[in-house]
Design a protein around this ligand. Structure first.
Ligand code: ADP
Ligand code: MG
Length: 291
């Protein structure tokens, strides 16, 4: 799991004077699913389009498989499967024609995998592109990204428009891809959507990657809520000196970032009626990063 397949170092992209991304550094390791999370406008698509060579970076470096990328590289593209956030296909083609057309780009027979995906995603190949709903167009985009069995998948908000059943079929496909050793970058503005399948999360805010860590670490024990019922609220505040989430007469909820032994030591000095320690829901953690 240690080889870095996609490495971005201080990537920066300005559209004229407008900020696209300011400072994006991240490391995606072989065979992992990397959740690239951030609100709308934070710079996910700009980062991805820069990796794909669709737009030119202003500064910084991109490495794929250890090779530094400069501009557009056809060879690299063949090992990447890309699903753009907005899929652009010729409107008057049928789905079958669109898939045939893309197959020509690769010098190998893609029929088997293509047909598997079409079946799994329940795609009607006879429909015309212009008649597809957003969700159905997304599904065609997924086939286009996956059918050449790329080593790296770069998926920009892949589930927008998919219903929950299709979303879970899609996640199963990704888990199988991961089992085959495929490396996956999965962008989303919803943490809960990716937290069940991701190994690592990178949070982007205002064009800067502000945190990158394993999902296990992000959920780790030093982040908990402490709900303390006591008549000594002031003492609690003084002894623990933790961020207050909620407070009433004889109850206080704190964000615990302390080591558990240190915490027990401090709590032992207080006369407590009731104590509840609970894991922070991921969504709340997410909100903390974005304050
Ligand atoms: P995300 O994909 O996370 O929603 P984007 O990468 O699309 O974010 O956008 C990041 C920032 O770059 C936003 O402020 C957006 O307005 C700006 N931006 C994106 N594309 C362009 C463009 N073509 N010209 C000017 N600004 C752009
Ligand atoms: Mg986007």
């Amino acid at each position: 799991m240690n080889d870095v397949i996609v490495r971005l170092k201080h990537l920066k992209k300005y559209y004229g004077s407008a900020r696209g991304i300011k400072d994006v550094s991240l490391n995606i390791h072989k065979g992992e699913i990397y959740g690239f999370i951030g609100p709308n406008g934070s710079g996910k698509s700009t980062t991805i389009r820069t990796i794909m060579g669709l737009i030119n970076k202003t500064d910084g470096d991109i490495y794929i498989n250890g090779v530094k990328l400069d501009g557009e590289s056809i060879e690299i593209k063949k090992i990447i499967g890309y699903l753009p956030s907005e899929i652009n296909l010729y409107d008057d083609m049928t789905v079958k024609q669109a898939l045939d057309y893309h197959e020509l780009f690769y010098n190998k027979d893609l029929k088997k995998r293509r047909n598997e995906l079409v079946k799994l995603l329940k795609i009607d190949e006879n429909k015309r592109i212009e008649d597809l709903s957003l969700g159905n167009l997304k599904k065609v985009g997924i086939v286009l990204a996956l059918m050449h069995e790329p080593e790296i998948l770069i998926l920009d908000e892949p589930t927008s428009g998919l219903d929950p059943i299709m979303q879970s079929i899609f996640h199963e496909i990704l888990i199988k891809e991961k089992e085959k050793g495929t490396t996956i970058l999965y962008s989303s503005h919803v943490l809960s959507e990716v937290s069940s399948i991701c190994d690592t999360i990178g949070f982007i805010k205002d064009g800067v990657v502000i945190k990158e860590d394993s999902i296990d670490n992000i959920k780790k024990d030093n982040y908990t809520y402490l709900k303390i019922t006591t008549k000594e609220i002031d003492k609690v505040k003084k002894e623990l000196n933790l961020k207050i989430i909620k407070e009433s007469n004889n109850e206080i909820v704190l964000l615990n970032t302390m080591n558990i032994n240190e915490l027990i030591d401090k709590l032992s000095k207080i006369n407590i009626d009731r104590l509840l320690i609970e894991e922070i829901p991921l969504e709340d953690l997410f909100m903390n990063y974005y304050k």
